[in-house]
Design a protein around this ligand. Structure first.
Ligand SMILES: C[S@@+](CC[C@H](N)C(=O)[O-])C[C@H]1O[C@@H](n2cnc3c(N)ncnc32)[C@H](O)[C@@H]1O
Length: 246
């Protein structure tokens, strides 16, 4: 049976905002189009797709994975299950890094645990004179980060490296060569993980759990950072939604 956009939204069990974002995504339009065209009929394929994707949301899958996109610093990043969905708080980390880097001539910056690449790619856009490196222990995450770098035309500005924290820098950067280490690393205590919101379980565990205490990965980073930071260099990092500078 055919159905209008208005009817599709009415019968959906999803919250109104989610349902309208999803329907707009299915129609490849923006949400204002739905308001302006409540009587538009969905094709059978559109109706089926809307229902299938709505089921994924009902199953607590985050909207960003269903649409394959998340907004960060005003840019639409590709996301999928290989990477954590960028969080709004991380935009504050990027702002802090930009403000610090602008005071340095030709800064050398590494984004540790780059995930979708949202930090490194945004820094490459805003800091044209910076040398940028980005590491992740997940080669799958790096595939997504590279796609995002290409999407925003900064592939040539970022060196992506796979490995543990700063270890992959060993071959290409000497000791005391970094001005800034930017990091949004996992910090969830292993015991807390099962108690988190069900949506979180769709994101990579590797992006969330920071060992028994939650702080183990950061502790390792600080040990490695001593060797790689220039005198006066900074670690700018996110912990529990707070931006800290060390
Ligand atoms: C909290 S997510 C942050 C992703 C991205 N930077 C962001 O802000 O959206 C942490 C990322 O760190 C990576 N990671 C975890 N342990 C790591 C390690 N020992 N070395 C490098 N990356 C690591 C994960 O694969 C994940 O992509």
């Amino acid at each position: 049976m055919s159905m209008t956009t208005q009817e599709a939204l009415k019968i959906s069990t999803l919250p109104v905002t989610e349902a309208s974002i999803l329907l707009a995504y299915v129609l490849q339009r923006d949400r204002s189009y739905l308001i302006a065209h409540p009587e538009q009929k969905l094709t059978c394929a559109q109706k089926r797709r809307f229902e299938t994707l709505a089921k994924r949301l009902e199953n607590h899958e985050p909207l960003a994975y269903v649409t394959g996109r998340e907004e960060f610093y005003g840019m639409g990043f590709k996301v999928d299950k290989r990477v954590m969905i960028p969080r709004p708080e991380t935009e504050n980390l990027v702002t802090e890094v930009i403000q610090t880097a602008e005071k340095i001539k030709n800064p050398v910056i590494v984004d540790v645990g780059t995930g979708s690449g949202c930090i490194a790619v945004t820094l490459a856009k805003y800091l044209p004179k910076a040398t940028l490196l980005a590491t992740d222990v997940s080669s799958e995450a790096l595939e997504v980060a590279r796609i995002n770098a290409a999407r925003f035309k900064v592939s040539k500005k970022i060196t992506f490296l796979c490995g543990n924290l700063l270890e992959p820098l060993r071959e290409i950067k000497g000791e005391r060569s970094l001005d800034i280490i930017a990091a949004n690393l996992p910090y969830v205590k292993k015991d807390w993980y099962p108690k988190l919101d069900p949506q979180i379980f769709h994101e990579p565990k590797l992006a969330l759990i920071g060992g028994e205490t939650g702080l183990e990965i950061y502790q390792q980073l600080f040990i490695q950072a001593e060797k790689y930071l220039k005198p006066g260099g900074k670690v700018i990092y996110e912990l529990d939604g707070q931006i800290l500078i060390h």
